[in-house]
Design a protein around this ligand. Sequence first.
Ligand SMILES: [Ca+2]
Length: 460
Amino acid sequence: MYGIYGSSRLVKILPVLGYPFVPLWRSQLISFIMKYGTHVATKYPTCLRRQPRQHWEGGLVQPLSRYGATIDSEVGECVGMRWQSAVVIQQSPAMADGRRRTSSGATNKSVSGEDGCDSVSSPRYAILDCDGGSDDAWALLLLLHARKTHNIQLLAITTVGCGNTNRENSARNMRRILIASKRTEIPIYLGAVDPLIPSCEDEKKYFHGRDGFGDCLEDDGEPVECFVQPEHAVPAIHALCQARPNQITIFAVGPLTNLALGYTMYGEQFGNNFRDIFIMGGNYQGVGNSSRAAEFNFHSDPEAAHTVLLKSRCPITILPWEPCLPEKFNIPIDWRLKEFGERAKEANHPAITMLNQVEAAQWLPMIEQYGINTWNPCDAIVVAVWLFEERILCKHSTWHAAVDLRGTHTRGQMVLDHLREREKYPENVRIIELVDAEFFKRICEWVAGLDDGIIVEGTQ
Ligand SMILES: [Ca+2]
């Protein structure tokens, strides 16, 4: 049994069973829970009644429960005007047999069997809500490849129409990846056509070409209606998550319109069924790529991003734009298209070979036009953090985040509570600030079948 001693800002491990008295921030405690899969007893202190209960529950207890912790009793006391409480973490079966859990439940057991499947870890469920660009395709490739090694079950791909391209093209592009990967059993659902408040002017930047895939591939002629599900994406997400409450991770790597519509249609219960949400979108240092001050996904539907951040009670991890910039994430396009791309082609990887063509069509003109010479498949980076957090995530922090809806220059910008007024604005997101680009290259090689070492090393 481990004891955790808490205050509103700081949580400390009590010296139970010889454990040192170690201060932990809430985010660190959550990481502890995520890693070891624990049983938790805690108290909602009576003196907290002068504060909103959700400040405590939303800030600490609820995230813990989302990560599998069981909360079954309460102890605690009030000290002066401050409150203190105890959180007791009991050894879980996973700890008892020496296994460790990551945030998403993976064990560190090395692969076994010739298919590389870890037979011990329980399934982890995911839904990919995307807008059909090449980095969405890479996010999909990581999830598909992790089926064997991480026991990932991708339950659905849902598309949104106000991002890189329309929802039909998004579905078509994801279908191309599924066909190339021989995984067409995964259902695709069409989602929202437009953002919550449609723009009067087409000011959108088409980084990925009008079709999301560089406008370089021939249409195979298969009507979209023939391969997508008849149901709309939003009720599909709701039904899937109702069937597996608190078990499904939502990857939201396009505009957040589908998730926002879910909250509008079903209320907060829609998100209460999520295990967690991993978002690629927003910015936290004011650096824009869609406008001067806003990131593409949030800027494409600011009201949707606002809704998701406001309504969600499950843990949210955000990869904003800044950690994807060359100063922090520097993978040369030459490495992607030549060195790695050629090796993947020689290894006869159909999906990556197709993406070689797609990404050459997208990136080479940008080298000429903007002098961009680094590759940053942002959507795949956030999936990589989910799969390999302990090895690729170098820096993160927790904040209250909101979205500016009315700024003359800053509409769609993500705004953090830099004043740290936690009682007024409890932390609602974890921000990824830095990832290891060199390790991401190894992940790409793993997807291509060129490097299984990152799994065999068994420390994800
Ligand atoms: Ca995307």
